[in-house]
Design a protein around this ligand. Sequence first.
Ligand SMILES: C[S@@+](CC[C@H](N)C(=O)[O-])C[C@H]1O[C@@H](n2cnc3c(N)ncnc32)[C@H](O)[C@@H]1O
Length: 386
Amino acid sequence: MSEYPKVEIREGLVSVIVPDLSKYIVGNRPEPAHAPVFYNPRMEVNRSLSTAIINGYIGYMNKAGITICEPLSGTGVRAVRYAREVNGVSRVIANDISERAYELIRLNVDKNGLNDVVSVYRDDANNLLLRLAREGGCDVVDIDPFGSPQPFIENSLRAVRDQGLLCVTATDVGVLSGKYPIKCVRRYGALPQKFPFRFEVGIRILISMIARYALSMDYGIQPLVSFLDGHYYRVCVLILKDRAYALETLRNLGYAYYRLSTLQRGFIPGYPIPTNTRYRLAGPLWIGNLWDAEFLMNHFMSNVKDYFSDRAREISKLIVEEALGPNIPYALTTEISRDLGRELPINDVIGVIRGLGYQAVRSHFHIKGFRTNADLLRVREVIIGK
Ligand SMILES: C[S@@+](CC[C@H](N)C(=O)[O-])C[C@H]1O[C@@H](n2cnc3c(N)ncnc32)[C@H](O)[C@@H]1O
């Protein structure tokens, strides 16, 4: 076993050994990427919500005895949590290319008495995924890399079974949300824009990248859950290996537009060519729903546990509420407070809009974000006139 400072931590229902991050400080903060094996305690939110999503998926699809593959496991904390916390899991495949990570995963699997559930490999993720595809595939593939998931999507789609679940993390939020547009074009084949709802543009570009790989294989996708949490996006989509679903997925690709003068925003269908090019556009991107509201309400929420962190439970509540709002990009209170000389609290704005008889819900993408089907110029007039 490689020698470096380690500590034991508790997360969810497991205890695992991880690198002692207090020994890897950059600036005045621990830097997980500098440790011999990657471990980020802030990703507890991602891991906890993912156990709830996979448990919900099992109920939603009426499955039993599922297999989960995590090809980029790091310390193995996620794989070990899945083995312990997902009901009816029969096998978890944990893998990492790094020798030190492989050793640590094996230690953590053993420490939790899970040797008969978790198989541990040391391989390149793409090799592993191709091998699993040849051997019949998995029900759930979870891609949780450092940076972009793009290099692993094509083989994940091969390895996931029909009606399986593909969960993807992307930590390159800056690229996807318009900070480095040309990098986004190169990496994701889509142009982002710094629209007020640019964080939504980013997650929709991420989903569209998965959708376009799926289309090339005649598969369709259906997002169950999508969220942004600080430095990363997370999306979990059903993979439907049927041409009819591929054609439906094609209809959910298009572009997002925004007009500063009227505050209008929305989606324009059409892939690869938008059906209308009057506005400044971002895309191509996913224009369908970001959430399956029925899944969230009836299958996900009941699997959000008291032992999850406050942040994990907070995001759960926010996305369930947001999923019931209209599929129109979120707006910011600052957009309608312009010229007013004061900033309006989000709950006041939502109250005004609901008073006018329109839908309005908070958006988890931004502290000042809300989703509405109201005309925002009219809302601004009403607020200014108050
Ligand atoms: C962000 S960490 C994984 C964190 C882990 N999923 C968790 O929840 O804590 C990414 C891991 O991918 C591994 N990795 C990078 N490239 C890889 C590749 N091509 N094949 C397999 N593992 C790889 C790295 O060694 C690193 O441990």
